[in-house]
Design a binder for this molecule. Structure first.
Ligand code: SAH
Length: 347
C-alpha cells in the first residue's frame, strides 16, 4: 500500500474544514468562502475567487490545488447522458455519469476503484477491487461533473450507484453526503441524494442514522438460491436478514420508502413465480421497485428478457399494489448504463 496522501479540503465537511483553515493560520470564515466558491458556485480556479486578496489566493492555491482527480475524457451518449473518465493521483481510472432528464439531472458517482462484491452480471464486479475512494475523490467527481452539466440543467440529484459498494466505504460516503446536502456547499435536497447498497446489512442502520439520504437496495432476486448466484454477498446476508433489517429501520417505515433495484435477466429472475415471491417479500414495507433491463456487456453471458416478459413481470407487481417502474437504460451506447462502468481505456 502506498502511504496515505495528505488531507485535502475536499476531504472534509465545513465544520472540519474551518479547523483545517485555522490550523494553517487562515481565518475560519475563509473556509466558508472557499466552500461557497468551490461547491456552490463551482469555480475551477482560485483566480475566480474575487473577494479574496490575490496573495491569499496564491498562498492557499499553493497549499491545496483545487483538483484532486484529472478528467481524462468525457463521452456523450445519443440520449444526452455524459460519462467522464477520471484518474486518481495514484493512477486509477474511475467513472461518473451525468443523466439529464426532463425535470431533473442526476449525477451517478463511484465510491471505490473496482468493487469486491463480484456480482455475476456487473462489469465493475468483474474488475475486482483495488481500493476505497477518499471523500475528496468522491466530492471531486461532483465538482468536475458540475462543470460538465449544461447551465440550464444543473445537477439536482446525486446517486451513489457508480463503481463500488458505498456501504463498504461508509465513512467517506457520509462525509461526502454532508457536503452534498450542506446549504452553503452543494445545497442538494437530502431526499435527492440516494445511496445504493447490494445489502451490507450491518451498515444500513448506521448510514440512515448518520445522514438523511434515500436508500436503494440492489435486490435482483426474490429467492436465496437465485440471489446467491447473482449477488454473492447474499451468502453472508440473505434475503430474510436484509428485509427484516429494512423493516426495522424507522427511517424507512416512517420517513422515506426504500428503492429496490431489480435487474431483469433473461431466464434467470424474470418468471411469474419470481414476481410473486417478490410481492410476498416486500408486502407491507414502504418501497418502490425499479426494474432495470439487464445491460449486456462483454464480461457476462446474460441479457435482458423480451419486452413482453418485462411487461408481464411489471404487471404482476403493479396489480398487487407494488409501486413499480421500468427504468429506461440511459447511455448504453457509451457503456454508461447500470453495471457497465469498468473504466476501460478507450480503444
Ligand atoms: N454496489 C452498489 C452500488 C452500485 S449501483 C449496489 O450494488 O447497489 C449499480 C446498480 O446497477 C446495482 O443495482 C447493480 O446491481 C446494477 N447492475 C449491475 N450490473 C448491471 C447490468 N449489467 N445491468 C443492469 N444493472 C446492473
Amino acid at each position: 500500500m502506498s502511504e496515505t496522501p495528505e488531507p485535502h479540503p475536499k476531504d472534509f465537511a465545513r465544520p472540519a474544514l474551518r479547523e483545517h483553515f485555522a490550523a494553517e493560520g487562515w481565518p475560519k470564515y475563509r473556509a466558508d468562502q472557499w466552500a461557497a466558491w468551490v461547491y456552490a458556485r463551482g469555480v475551477s480556479s482560485y483566480d475566480e475567487m474575487t473577494d479574496w486578496p490575490v496573495e491569499l489566493r496564491a498562498e492557499v492555491a499553493e497549499r491545496w490545488p483545487l483538483d484532486v482527480l484529472a478528467v481524462e475524457d468525457v463521452q456523450v451518449s445519443s440520449d444526452g447522458t455524459r460519462k467522464a473518465r477520471l484518474r486518481t493521483a495514484d493512477g486509477h481510472g474511475i467513472e461518473a455519469v451525468l443523466i439529464p432528464e426532463a425535470e431533473r439531472t442526476t449525477l451517478c458517482v463511484s465510491t471505490q476503484v473496482g468493487c469486491p462484491l463480484a456480482c455475476s452480471f456487473c462489469a465493475t464486479g468483474a474488475m475486482g477491487f483495488t481500493r476505497n475512494l477518499r471523500t475528496s475523490e468522491i466530492v471531486d467527481q461532483v465538482c468536475h461533473m458540475k462543470a460538465v452539466a449544461a447551465p440550464e440543467a444543473p445537477i439536482t440529484n446525486v446517486v451513489f450507484m457508480g463503481m463500488g459498494e458505498p456501504l463498504l466505504n461508509r465513512a467517506a460516503v457520509e462525509e461526502a453526503v454532508h457536503l452534498l446536502i450542506d446549504q452553503k456547499s452543494f445545497g442538494i435536497a437530502p431526499r435527492r441524494v440516494t445511496v445504493s447498497t447490494a445489502g451490507v446489512v450491518p451498515q444500513i442502520e448506521p448510514l440512515l442514522e448518520a445522514v438523511p439520504v434515500s436508500l436503494a437496495v440492489s435486490l435482483h432476486a426474490s429467492r436465496d438460491s437465485v440471489r446467491d448466484l447473482l449477488v454473492p454477498l447474499n451468502k453472508k446476508f440473505n434475503l430474510d436478514e436484509l428485509l427484516s433489517t429494512l423493516r426495522s429501520c424507522p427511517q424507512i417505515t416512517k420517513r422515506r420508502p426504500v428503492f429496490f433495484e431489480y435487474t431483469l435477466i433473461d431466464g434467470v429472475n424474470d418468471s411469474v413465480e419470481d414476481a410473486r415471491e417478490l410481492i410476498a417479500r416486500v408486502r407491507g414495507l414502504p418501497c418502490k421497485v425499479n426494474l432495470i433491463p439487464m445491460n449486456a456487456h462483454a464480461d457476462s453471458p446474460h441479457g435482458p428478457p423480451s419486452e413482453a416478459v418485462m411487461d408481464h413481470f411489471m404487471g404482476e407487481l403493479s396489480r398487487a399494489g407494488v409501486t413499480v417502474t421500468l427504468r429506461r437504460n440511459r447511455g448504453a451506447d457509451i457503456d454508461a448504463a447500470c453495471g457497465q462502468l469498468a473504466a476501460r481505456d478507450a480503444a
